[in-house]
Ligand binder design. Structure first.
Ligand code: AHR
Length: 647
């Protein structure tokens, strides 16, 4: 390898490494957002706005993309409403007590969150009690000696008079911390709060409200936060997860999706205005990944997080097009104006002067200074004419009002070089998404070298080696490193990148490979996390010219050896520099093993036509089709000429 320092290549902007946060796999709710109570507002069993049900089921993804984890637990054919109307909650009566429980819409706490939990206590003997229990997000991590802030709303009928006990308990009923409210009697909603100090710890604790006596009690917005949050912020973030992210020193944070931005329908797609203001009146957003976000980690909190970790904000909004896999609903162009205005309002909230409507609202919410919003992205993974016409309208309005913001165009998954603009008029930055198999980056080191220059800057908004690498391993980390080197070498074009997905709660895995894994108690970065951290800690700022000379290829070596990583959008093995003649046949065999450890064999042959492989009916198409049915597989390929010569 010769290095010529006198010939510098392109410089590498400090923006190259950022992060992408999406509400997937409980990344936010039950993840980085430090709330410990799952389904705190009892709204989880609501049917998402605009969703059509078929025989009581949420309409499944008509063509489930083959990269989804299979089998996904329940939600691609989600039984709706859930089996229980109050997921994560249970009610247990003891010592002769009894209770009837239901979800009530009577006298709601506010109109945005209509449901509350109604408990009708039956006559009990004196020692009887009824526990209303929340399991947290697959357990609540309680640390001995630490403090937890509880808030809840309650109202009662006249008959309810007894004291109310709240506690943190280990699964076997050991009390870790408790507090008694003398009474919660009153026909109107009232807020109650206390701080719980834990005398002992448990990784899988639960939260319990114990009621006694008789009468009726309604509960709503039950929220419990560790007193320790990232940067000490109220309504804040988990210190371990936010700390891991901060450790990557991201130059920007893309938020909030991903498919999340698209929504199952336009009606249920996220709207920033629903994610600011009092927590108890945020209606929440249904994630297309099968659960509700309370939106406690809302737009303001996201912008605050960017500021806290010294990153720029990259906000993505729905482009008037919902997730095509699910429903693919579109806002007619003539009705798009309110959506465009909504995006402009979001920008005004982030960076507008305090004399403007939304700038003033930001100041009232505690942040007079503008937030570091630098980028806007229009939609996610969409392209094509319906997207293009909507993109143009958003682009024009934003460019006119905010000329200094950088605007990104979603371009879908795969090679942007192959795309036509379909009428998109002005394109400054394109966002290409790249989920690849184990060896893709090694086979395609020149991927970005081949891109046209001068049309636009490029953002690789989602990349990951996520097939043929288990849940993420050293092979993935090496392949990611090669991919990142390709971006660095082409940094005259590629100026931003972010790995995806960033976070996964091990109890609800929506995607095969993720950067940071966690449960209620623990968290760790996979090896790719440390790959990216290494690049980020040691940011290159310019390329230098290198020449690599390789020894001649050994032509007596086999045509192909080893396994082919199963890709998501690229599953082909490439045969390069193999001499073949017309009429030659290449036989192949492939043995797949699926998750149940059943083998499936396919055999076929490729014939050679005009010096290139032509595909027979049993050829690569069949291989590719079959490959999609498996999460992992081993493929052995033997190539043989019909002349009988084994290669
Ligand atoms: O990162 C997971 C998903 O991958 C994102 O939601 C989507 O944009 C992409 O297809």
């Amino acid at each position: 390898i010769s290095i010529d320092v006198t010939k510098p290549g392109s410089s590498i902007p400090p923006t190259l490494h950022g992060i992408f946060f999406e509400e997937i796999s409980h990344a936010g709710e039950g993840g980085i957002y430090a709330e410990l109570i799952q389904n705190r507002g009892f709204e989880e069993s609501r049917i998402p706005a605009g969703t059509k049900l078929e025989n009581g089921f949420l309409v499944p993804w008509p063509e489930k993309p083959h990269f989804m984890i299979e089998p996904k637990k329940t939600d691609w054919k989600l039984e709706w409403p859930y089996k229980t109307q109050w997921p994560a909650w249970s009610v247990v009566s003891k010592n002769g007590a009894g209770a009837d429980v239901s979800l009530s819409e009577d006298k709601p706490l506010n109109s945005a969150t209509p449901k509350s939990l109604q408990i009708i206590l039956k006559k009990t003997d004196q020692n009887g009690s009824t526990d209303v229990i929340n399991e947290g997000f697959w357990g609540i991590k309680v640390n001995a000696g630490e403090y937890y802030n509880l808030v809840f709303y309650a109202r009662t009928d006249e008959a309810y008079k007894a004291p109310v006990n709240v506690s943190l308990q280990s699964p076997d009923g050991k009390i870790l911390s408790s507090h008694q409210f003398q009474t919660i009697n009153g026909k109107n909603w009232k807020k109650y709060s206390c701080t719980l100090k834990a005398d002992a710890g448990d990784d899988k604790a639960r939260f319990v409200i114990s009621l006694r006596g008789s009468g009726q009690v309604w509960l709503d917005f039950v929220s419990l936060f560790p007193a320790k949050t990232f940067k000490g912020r109220a309504n804040g973030l988990r210190t371990d997860l936010a700390g891991l992210i901060e450790g990557l020193k991201p130059s920007f944070v893309r938020w909030p999706g991903g498919c999340y931005v698209e929504g199952i329908t336009i009606e249920s797609a996220p709207d920033w205005k629903n994610t600011i203001g009092p927590l108890e009146s945020r209606p929440g957003t249904f994630s297309p990944w099968g659960y509700w976000s309370s939106d406690g980690f809302g737009y303001h909190e996201y912008l605050q997080f960017c500021e806290d970790i010294k990153a720029d904000a990259l906000y993505v909004f729905n482009a008037g097009v919902s997730c095509e896999y699910r429903s693919g609903t579109y806002v007619p162009e003539q009705d798009l104006q309110p959506y465009i205005q909504n995006a402009l309002d979001a920008i005004e909230y982030a960076i507008g002067p305090v004399t403007t409507k939304y700038g003033r609202m930001r100041a009232a919410n505690g942040h007079a200074k503008p937030f570091p919003l630098k980028y806007i992205e229009i939609g996610n993974e969409q392209h094509g004419p319906k997207y293009a016409s909507r993109y143009n309208l958003f682009y024009e309005a934003i460019r006119k009002k905010y000329p200094s913001l950088r605007i990104m165009a979603s371009m879908g998954i795969g090679d942007v070089n192959q795309r036509t603009l379909n009428g998109m008029k002005e394109v400054d930055i394109v966002d290409e998404h790249a989920y690849k198999d184990a060896y893709w980056s090694m086979r395609n080191t020149d991927h970005f070298d081949k891109y046209k220059r001068g049309q636009w800057d490029m953002y690789v908004g989602e990349y990951a080696t996520n097939a043929g690498v288990g849940a993420g391993n050293m092979r993935a980390a090496l392949a990611d490193a090669v991919y990142i080197l390709g971006m660095e070498r082409n940094a005259d074009l590629v100026k931003w990148s972010s790995y995806a997905p960033l976070l996964v709660n091990a109890n609800d895995v929506d995607w095969p490979v993720n950067l940071i894994n966690f449960d209620a108690a623990k968290s760790f970065g996979r090896i790719s996390y440390y790959t990216i951290k290494m690049f980020s800690d040691n940011r290159a700022d310019r390329n230098i010219t290198t020449t690599v000379e390789l020894p001649p290829v050994n032509t007596s070596a086999p045509l192909f050896t080893g396994g082919i990583g199963l890709g998501t959008w690229d599953t082909q093995a490439e045969f390069k520099d193999i001499e073949v003649s017309r009429g030659d046949k290449i036989l192949y065999r492939s043995d797949f093993i699926n998750n149940e450890k059943e083998w499936s064999k396919i055999r076929g042959e490729w014939s050679v036509k005009d010096g290139a492989f032509a595909q027979t009916a049993e050829g690569p198409q069949r291989l590719a089709m079959t490959a999609q049915q498996f999460d992992t597989c081993t493929i052995s390929l033997k190539a043989r000429r019909t002349g009988g010569l084994n290669a």
